[in-house]
Design a protein around this ligand. Structure first.
Ligand code: DNO
Ligand code: MN
Length: 376
C-alpha cells in the first residue's frame, strides 16, 4: 500500500509540499491540473512541469538538507465532460471531441509515468454538502449534509450559489463557476436520461478510453457518487454494490477499476464498506478512507475524525481488510475537519482539505495497517 495526500498545487493550496513532507508515511502526492476545465486536453509540457514540482526538491529543501521526495503516481481527477455523460453536444463540444481529448490526456499522462487516473461519473455536480464549515461539538468544523435541506430544495441553483460562497474563493473541482453558469442547459440535457441510458453512455466512455489505459499502463479509477444516491432526479450509477459491479462489468478489463471512497460509499444506508473492500479488492486501484456520522433518519450526516468509534464507518475493518490482502494500491485519508488555527475567521482553508485532521487520520490508518502487517 502507498499512502497519499491530495495537493491542489502551488498557489492554489494553503498547504505546501514541505508541510506534507513532515507527515510520517506519505509517499504519493495526489494531484491534478486544477486550471483545466472538463473536456480540455492536458499537454505533455504542463503535465511534466507539475510532476517535476512534486517529485523534485526546491532550492530551499536542498539548502536545508531536506531529502524526502514523493512520487506523482496518482491523478485526481481528470474530469469527464458533460457531453460524454449525456451523449449530447454540450457547451459547444461534441461527445467525440471530448472523448478524443480524454484519450489523448490519458496517453500523455501514461507517457509521463502516471499510474492511476481518478474520475467520477456524477451528473453535473461533484461531491455535494449543505455546509462547508459546520460546527462540531468539540469546536472543530466539518463538511455536513442536511438531508432535509436538500429535500426541500426545488432549484439546484440555490445550492450552487451557497456552495460557491462557502468555498472561500478557492477552486473546488466539479464546482467551476464558469461551468455551472450553464446549469439550465444541463438540467435540460438530463431530461429523459434514466439509469439504463446513463449506463449506456458510461459504456461508450469506458470502451473509448480503456484500450489506451491498457496500452500506456494507466489504471482508471472511478470515485463513487457522493452522497451515494440520486439528487434532483438525475441518475447516479456508482452508489451501491450492485451499481459498482455493473460499472465493472461494462468493461471487464482490470484497467477499468475503482477509487473506492468509503466515506462516500457509506453515505447510502445499508452499504457495507468492509464488504465492498473485500468484494472488489482486485479492481481497487486507489481508495479514500474516512468516517461519517449519521445524524437522523433522513440520512443527514457530518464528517468526523477517522477513528472508527467517532462515526458509522468501520475504518478499522477497512484497513484490516486491506492489510490482510496486502493491498498494493494507493490510499489517502480524503477529507478532514478543520482544527486549531485552521478554524478561525481569518484563516479558512479549502473546505474539507485542512492539514491537521488529514495528518492525524493518516497516522490512525497506518496504525491499523502496521498492526496487521507487523511481523508478516
Ligand atoms: C472529494 C473528492 C471528490 C473526488 C472526485 C473524483 O473531496 O473525494 O471530489 O475527487 O469525485 O473525480
Ligand atoms: Mn472521496
Amino acid at each position: 500500500m502507498k499512502m497519499g495526500f491530495r495537493w491542489y498545487g502551488e498557489g492554489n493550496d494553503t498547504i505546501s509540499l514541505d508541510d506534507i513532507r513532515q507527515i510520517p508515511g506519505v509517499e504519493t502526492i495526489v494531484w491534478s491540473l486544477h486550471h483545466k476545465q472538463a473536456g480540455e486536453l492536458w499537454e505533455p509540457g504542463e503535465i511534466e512541469a507539475e510532476m517535476e514540482k512534486i517529485t523534485g526538491l526546491s532550492r530551499y529543501d536542498r539548502e536545508h538538507g531536506i531529502t524526502k521526495t514523493f512520487n506523482a503516481d496518482v491523478v485526481e481527477s481528470v474530469n469527464v465532460h458533460e457531453s460524454i455523460k449525456t451523449g449530447k453536444t454540450m457547451l459547444g463540444m461534441s461527445r467525440d471531441e471530448a472523448l478524443d481529448n480524454y484519450v489523448k490526456t490519458i496517453e500523455n499522462l501514461g507517457k509521463a509515468g502516471v499510474k492511476v487516473v481518478t474520475y467520477n461519473f456524477m451528473p453535473v455536480f461533484d461531491w455535494l454538502r449543505t455546509d462547508m464549515f459546520h460546527p462540531s461539538p468539540d469546536g472543530s468544523t466539518a463538511l455536513y449534509y442536511d438531508a432535509h435541506k436538500v429535500a426541500e430544495l426545488t432549484d439546484p441553483q440555490k445550492l450552487v450559489d451557497e456552495t460557491l460562497e462557502g468555498a472561500n474563493g478557492l477552486t473546488m473541482p466539479g464546482w467551476e463557476p464558469e461551468r455551472l453558469a450553464h446549469l439550465p442547459e444541463f438540467i435540460e440535457a438530463y431530461r429523459g436520461i434514466d439509469h439504463d441510458k446513463y449506463y449506456e453512455n458510461y459504456k461508450v466512455f469506458l470502451d473509448a478510453v480503456i484500450p489506451t489505459c491498457e496500452k500506456y499502463d494507466v489504471k482508471l479509477a472511478v470515485h463513487p457518487d457522493d452522497p451515494a444516491f440520486d439528487l434532483f432526479g438525475w441518475p447516479r450509477v456508482v452508489s451501491s454494490k450492485e451499481g459498482i459491479q455493473r460499472v465493472l462489468d461494462l468493461n471487464p478489463s482490470p484497467y477499468n477499476g475503482l477509487c473506492l471512497c468509503l466515506g462516500s460509499f457509506s453515505s447510502r444506508r445499508g452499504n457495507d464498506p468492509v464488504d465492498a473492500v473485500k468484494t472488489f479488492m482486485d479492481r481497487i486501484h486507489f481508495s479514500h478512507v474516512r468516517n461519517i456520522k449519521f445524524l437522523d433518519e433522513a440520512g443527514s450526516f457530518s464528517e468526523v475524525g477517522h477513528r472508527a468509534s467517532e462515526g458509522d464507518v468501520d475504518t478499522v475493518g477497512i484497513m484490516k481488510a486491506y492489510a490482510e490482502a496486502d493491498y498494493q494500491g494507493y490510499i489517502r485519508p480524503d477529507h478532514g475537519r478543520h482544527l486549531w488555527d485552521e478554524n478561525t475567521p481569518e484563516h479558512k482553508p479549502r473546505p474539507g482539505y485542512g492539514l491537521y485532521d488529514r495528518a492525524l487520520g493518516i497516522q490512525y490508518l497506518l496504525g491499523v495497517w502496521d498492526t496487521v502487517r507487523y511481523g508478516k
